[in-house]
Design a protein around this ligand. Structure first.
Ligand code: SF4
Length: 275
């Protein structure tokens, strides 16, 4: 018998994005749990170096936010790239943190249908019942705003803060109009992408999330993407040799995505709010 989706399943922006990009990738990664030892971008060493630098930057940002002195953390910037990101962060930090309650590396979770929706945030900053979600990006290209707007991360993070964030707002759910999300690019500090929110968008996000989760739950066949669509998606997918969609990984310089710097969810760390 083929493995099926566990109930409840913890959906995240990454798993939803995988399903949207390619249903077969979702099946291989989250249902069959197939670990396939292919790298996602070439050259390999450069990819690993970028992953490590991205992780180091996220750690340094978190430590700064919990109060470690910036000048001490600076010693951890051991490459020119990390030094550049750090300098940009230190210049931006007083503005993003001033007068706000800061919640770095916080995870939220809420029920959604028979499943759960989870997210781990780089930072939620709160002031006067208004919340700003920050997501640090260390990609070498500034991801286009239209791509970010369409990504599940933008929907899930804002939606979930309304649904599961009332403990951060004195016990009352945030009004969608009081939430904004900012993607801050370590290499492009003056080109942040900002997304506001509102009640209508929140309702629509809830409907879309229920729809996609119900579709995934009822699926018995997870099709690979059509060949004509494969140019980029398969080239940057770890399963490309398993799917016989090419052996060589895509060149990282062509990708607008960063290697994921943070493990998706630390389950022991999730603050749960039951609806
Ligand atoms: S290689 Fe292509 S078809 Fe196969 S899982 Fe990845 S994106 Fe889907």
């Amino acid at each position: 018998m083929l493995p099926s989706l566990p109930i409840p399943f913890s959906f995240s922006q990454s798993s939803l994005q995988d399903y949207t990009d390619c249903a077969r990738r979702f099946e291989l990664r989250y249902i069959e749990r197939l670990a396939w030892p292919a790298i996602e971008t070439e050259p390999t060493l450069e990819n690993e170096r970028r992953q490590q630098a991205g992780q180091a930057f996220h750690r340094m940002a978190q430590q700064a936010i919990i109060g470690l002195p910036l000048e001490k953390l600076e010693k951890l910037a051991t490459s020119p790239e990390l030094g550049r990101w750090w300098q940009n962060f230190c210049e931006a930090y007083p503005v993003l943190g001033y007068g706000k309650k800061l919640f770095p590396e916080i995870s939220l979770s809420a029920p959604l249908g028979a499943h759960r929706l989870t997210a781990k945030y780089d930072l939620i900053a709160i002031s006067d019942e208004k919340a700003t979600i920050y997501d640090w990006k260390t990609s070498h290209k500034r991801t286009r705003t239209e791509i970010l707007s369409a990504r599940w991360q933008t929907r899930v993070y804002r939606y979930l803060l309304v649904e599961a964030g009332k403990h951060l707002n004195g016990g009352s759910p945030f009004r969608p109009e009081n939430i904004e999300m900012i993607y801050w690019f370590a290499d492009f500090p003056n080109e942040s992408a900002k997304f506001t929110y509102n009640e209508a968008q929140h309702r629509l996000d809830g409907e879309l999330l229920l729809k996609i989760i119900s579709e995934i739950s009822q699926s018995s066949q997870f099709q690979p993407i059509a060949e004509r669509e494969t140019d980029k998606k398969c080239a940057f997918c770890a399963y490309r040799s398993y799917c016989a969609r090419g052996i060589r990984a895509g060149d990282w310089q062509e990708s607008e995505n960063e290697p994921d710097p943070i493990p998706e969810i630390v389950f022991g760390n999730i603050l749960e709010i039951e609806l």
